[in-house]
Design a protein around this ligand. Structure first.
Ligand code: AMP
Length: 396
């Protein structure tokens, strides 16, 4: 996938509106995690270095189309200034006279506009609203990969008004994820986990044709066990997805794809960090217990597959990694990815919970790529063209 990005000549001296994803976790009025801010720094630095005037637009949380101080981006501006040393001016609106004034007075400072989701038109991809967003700017740069699966005014419609380019984060994400989706080196293993099968159905369907092996762990494994006729006690199960799981098992067999389910399970009495638990075989999950992690035999088998593959894509934890007693399967997969990376394999972690898990174990810099997009990376692997990326796709 080849994207149209900016060259210095496109932006020098121009007023550039950049769509970022500053939807960061807040602890009161403090930014609790700066990962999302830092992900945009290469784009922002490149724009500043080329002499562009930079204004940032983002959403934060779900204010439901109304101004709500709880979701103000002001603290994020303070954090950005702290991280970069830049002069950051917070503008308490994203359209109208406040923006016009800031634009008229614009010196060297970076402008951060208030939460675009304070306006109900944003999520409707409203063109009139996009025109108001574009009003005081010459160029639009889309850098918010994690919001690129949404066709909103600030992620899509505005690109139809201003000359527009993909930012460096989107270019990097599509290169990394695209290498896995479109041109994987073999053997290729897809590791899926997390709570729900339903979120990953379309990914399994699209990637099944490309992979050699699929490893399934986490809560979703139990719907597959059920499809094989096993009893799963109180473990998670999506009853309406059993048929799908069964079809996928059949299809994998037809296509010669190895589909491995956990070989042993940590079965707990309750969904609690300090719950008693025991190690059981999948065929022997007691009716009053729930599987919350995979066991050592699974860890060994999954690690062997991962470390003997050339391309590894991981999406979804192997267990309830937020609870230390049930985090070992997920940690072992993270370690196997680190080992595979050291051996020269290409390792990619989808966003969302898998990114949170790898960061929890401190390995985020030891794999080839950790995506910043949860929903966006899933839709990318479903084979969809993301509406926030489509305008820049110049692949021949
Ligand atoms: P997802 O957003 O679908 O990737 O799901 C991630 C969540 O799945 C995490 O919060 C995990 O705690 C949870 N999870 C993983 N394995 C299990 C399991 N065996 N039972 C219940 N929840 C699980």
């Amino acid at each position: 996938m080849k994207l149209k990005t900016f060259l210095p000549g496109d932006i020098t001296g121009k007023k550039v509106l950049v769509r970022v994803d500053f939807n960061v976790p807040l602890d009161g009025a403090k930014v609790a995690d700066t990962t999302r801010i830092c992900a945009h720094l290469p784009t922002l630095r490149a724009l500043k270095a080329a002499g562009a005037k930079v204004a940032l637009i983002s959403h934060l949380g779900r204010p439901k189309g109304k101004a709500d101080p709880k979701y103000s981006l002001e603290p994020v501006g303070e954090e950005l200034a702290k991280i970069t040393g830049w002069d950051v001016r917070f503008v308490p609106e994203c359209i109208g006279p406040d923006v016009q004034k800031a634009s008229a007075e614009w010196g060297n400072e970076v402008l951060l506009l208030e939460n675009v989701r304070f306006h109900p038109e944003e999520e409707k991809n409203d063109m009139e609203f996009a025109k108001k967003l574009a009003e005081n700017f010459d160029i639009f740069v889309m850098d918010a990969f994690s919001a690129a699966h949404r066709a909103h005014s600030s992620t899509r419609a505005v690109a139809e008004i201003l000359p527009s380019f993909a930012g460096l984060l989107i270019v990097k994400e599509t290169e990394m994820l695209g290498a896995v989706r479109d041109d994987p080196k073999k053997p290729f293993v897809l590791i899926l986990g997390g709570a729900k099968v339903s979120d990953k159905i379309a990914v399994v369907e699209n990637m099944m044709k490309k992979v050699d092996t699929i490893l399934i762990g986490g809560g979703m494994a139990f719907t597959f066990f059920k499809a094989k006729g096993l009893e799963i006690g109180k473990s998670l199960c999506e009853t309406d997805k059993i048929e799908f799981a069964s079809q996928m098992l059949d299809q994998a067999e037809k296509l010669g794809v190895r589909m491995l389910l956990p070989l042993d399970i940590l079965a707990a009495d309750e969904f609690k960090a300090d719950s008693p638990y025991s190690l059981v075989a999948p065929e022997a999950i007691p009716s009053d217990k729930m599987g919350l992690d995979v066991g050592p035999e699974t860890i060994k088998t999954f690690t062997d597959v991962i470390t003997s593959s050339k391309t590894i894509l991981w999406n979804g934890p192997m267990g309830v990694f937020e609870m230390p007693a049930f985090s070992k399967g997920t940690e072992a997969v993270a370690q196997a990815l680190v080992k595979a990376t050291e051996m020269g394999s290409f390792t990619v972690v989808g966003g969302g919970d898998s990114a949170a898990a790898i960061a929890q174990f401190g390995y985020e810099d030891k794999v080839s790529h950790v995506s910043t997009g949860g929903g966006a990376s899933l839709e990318f692997f479903e084979g969809k063209i993301l509406p926030g990326i489509e305008p820049y796709d110049v692949t021949e």
